[in-house]
Design a protein around this ligand. Structure first.
Ligand SMILES: Cc1cc2nc3c(=O)[nH]c(=O)nc-3n(C[C@H](O)[C@H](O)[C@H](O)COP(=O)(O)O)c2cc1C
Length: 323
């Protein structure tokens, strides 16, 4: 069984399913399992520090699978490791780089010299047009309801508008956890799905059992959107630990954040602390659990291969049942 789309043809893979990069969740085991199962495994470069360990990780993945995989790199100034992360990824001829934030111009230029494809995360149309003009090979449409830093636009509007705007493969991200979600994404014109939350509840995820339980127990209403964890609005499961972060703004912060510059400063300092600070610091993606609105549809922990095959099976069933 396989599904042919522009994405699967670009990467020569069986399934148009990307196991999305997840800070402090994605691991070598998850990447290799996803790619071996017929999809594409990915990880955020920041999960492996220092830089020597990151390079070693790329080599390790290559020794465990010959299938394509991808690395997510933050190309914004705040990521002072970005140049080394790009350099090593390109020296190792990683098939796919996924950029978040910032300007991907340089990484696109350098990647194309060695045959690496660059997909860019987008949450809006201006940004999509800009990265398409810079030569991106595909766009990740991060819609409302996604795990991590979700966008504000409903996938129902985001995906078809992007499909009309640019002639590139559009990858649908946000609340896709099963074959019905995949069918919906394809109906809107997507070329692949980018699933994060579903793969957290996988046997291969090397995270606290509590996190997996929180995913299988939570319903969509348990997802809270807050910027209190790392400075950027993100989706998290409401837990005691999340409430302890203080979901309400204090009066002083309320006043200060009315000023755009101060607000940006507060956001960036929180983000820098969370992303580039000590990985075991008090509030991190290890103590509070990020997830998308799709949690309500996940009730079992399965292997990555089972998740991929179930999704593809359900997709075919859904398609056959459509009125
Ligand atoms: C725990 C967690 C960590 C994430 N970390 C990152 C990250 O480091 N970089 C990134 O581009 N996206 C990150 N994301 C977003 C995912 O790559 C993806 O866009 C999202 O999970 C898709 O929505 P879904 O979770 O509803 O499937 C993260 C998501 C989660 C749930």
């Amino acid at each position: 069984m396989s599904i042919k789309t522009e994405f699967t043809q670009q990467f020569d893979v069986r399934y148009p399913i990307i196991c999305a990069p997840m800070f402090l969740v994605s691991s070598v085991k998850m990447v290799v399992s996803a790619s071996e199962a017929g999809g594409v495994g990915t990880f955020p470069a920041l999960n492996y520090r220092p830089i020597e360990r990151y390079r070693q990780t790329i080599k390790e993945i290559k020794s465990l699978t010959a299938k394509p995989f991808g690395i997510n790199i933050i190309v914004q100034k705040s990521n002072k490791y970005q140049y080394k992360q790009i350099e090593h990824a390109l020296e190792e001829k990683v098939p796919l780089i996924i950029t978040s934030l910032g300007n991907p111009k340089e990484v696109i230029r350098l990647s194309h010299e060695v045959g690496t494809r660059v997909y860019c995360d987008v949450v809006g149309f201006e940004q999509a047009k800009k990265v398409a003009d810079l030569g991106a090979d595909g766009l990740i449409a991060v819609g409302f309801g996604a795990g991590g830093h979700a966008g504000d636009i409903s996938p129902l509007a985001l995906i078809p508008n992007l499909v009309r705007m640019v002639k590139l493969p559009i990858i649908a991200a946000g609340s896709i956890v099963d074959g019905a979600g995949m069918a919906a994404a394809f109906a809107l014109g997507a070329s692949a799905v980018y699933m994060g939350t579903r793969f957290i509840a996988s046997k291969e995820a090397e995270i606290a059992e509590e996190y997996k339980k929180a995913i299988t127990r939570a319903v969509s209403e348990d997802i809270v959107n807050t910027d209190r964890v790392d400075g950027f609005p993100g989706n998290f499961i409401r837990t005691k630990e999340l409430e302890a972060v203080g979901l309400e703004k204090g009066l002083i912060e309320e006043i200060l954040t009315k000023n755009k510059k101060i607000k940006r400063f507060i956001s960036l300092s929180r983000a820098a602390r969370s992303l580039f600070g000590d990985m075991d610091s008090k509030v991190s993606y290890k103590t509070v659990y990020s997830a998308g609105h799709g949690v309500g549809l996940i009730d079992t922990v399965l292997s990555i291969q089972e998740i991929m095959e179930k999704t593809v099976r359900e997709y075919k069933e859904t398609k056959a049942k459509l009125p």
